[in-house]
Design a protein around this ligand. Sequence first.
Ligand SMILES: Nc1nc2c(ncn2[C@@H]2O[C@H](COP(=O)(O)OP(=O)(O)O)[C@@H](O)[C@H]2O)c(=O)[nH]1
Ligand SMILES: [Mg+2]
Length: 328
Amino acid sequence: MPANLPPDYFSAEQRFREAKTPEEKIEALEEMLAVMPKHKGTDKLKAMLRERISKFREQARVRKGGAKQKTAYSIDREGAAQVPIIGPPNTGKSSLVRLITNASPEVADFPHSTHKPTPGMAPYENIQFQLIDTPPMTREYLEPALTDLIRRADMVVILVDLFSDPVEQLEETLDLLHGVRIFSQACAVPGDLKKPPAIRKMLVAANKMDRPEDREYLDIFLELSGTRLPSIGISTRTGQNIMAFIEMLFHLAEIIRVYTKRPGKEADKTTPFIISEGSTLDDLAGKIHNDFVNKLKYARIWGKSVRDGQMIQREYVLKDGDIVELAV
Ligand SMILES: Nc1nc2c(ncn2[C@@H]2O[C@H](COP(=O)(O)OP(=O)(O)O)[C@@H](O)[C@H]2O)c(=O)[nH]1
Ligand SMILES: [Mg+2]
């Protein structure tokens, strides 16, 4: 069992043991996965939990007695992270997904034009994020399948309209999430919840910042909302800050890209291993193959903060962009 598991993990594990239905088991397992620290030594445990989740999904399916219930809201994760774009109607969620992914959800100047989630892949250098366009969240109607999708995601973008009371829009969206026990990394979780909360990394993007002078409105929004979430002003119309937005996703995801090579060969820089920040050489080896950890004779590294070809130990903490030569 990896060290440093947080108390939330053990309370979810307790719930897992007490769960009676496959659905309850899945919920608890997903929470265990979500609260697990993103550093060394958790990869195997994560794989095991994912395996158990798919086992209980199968059980749930058999119990329901029918073909696999694939709804529009069960979207398989692809790429480095799954990121729903959520928020009130008309803030530009569909426009954003249209602009930076290969998907083309419908954009309209009236609210509620999006009825079902649409995933698309957004490239960042040599990796991709899976963004998901979603139907609006309002106090009048909150789709339970949407909140389930948010719970399964790696992180969440709350998109507000800089010119439609963004303070209220952000507050309303956060209230709705809190109502279904989904909290951000930046807020205090109430202690009196009947069921454990889900903590998701969140980012706030204020859209429609089309003109340079609109920057002032962004500052006012940030000041008035007092939000401690990472925030950025963007415009899907002009493309303002769109690259910076994708870069923020990369930093929030807390992942690094590492390339491997065999002695005497060149590294393939097009297909990185995507691993959690803080992962060690041992974690990387375990990810390549179970046996690899034992077979590994030595490893050398090329990177920004090391001497070229320097030998590294198993507990060496890898950095984004490192090239590792693995000798077996
Ligand atoms: N001025 C401006 N309008 C935008 C921008 N992004 C989207 N819109 C408009 O906002 C309206 C709603 O966009 P849509 O993407 O359908 O929003 P959704 O309901 O959140 O999916 C449409 O009329 C868009 O053309 C932007 O960056 N600037
Ligand atoms: Mg839409």
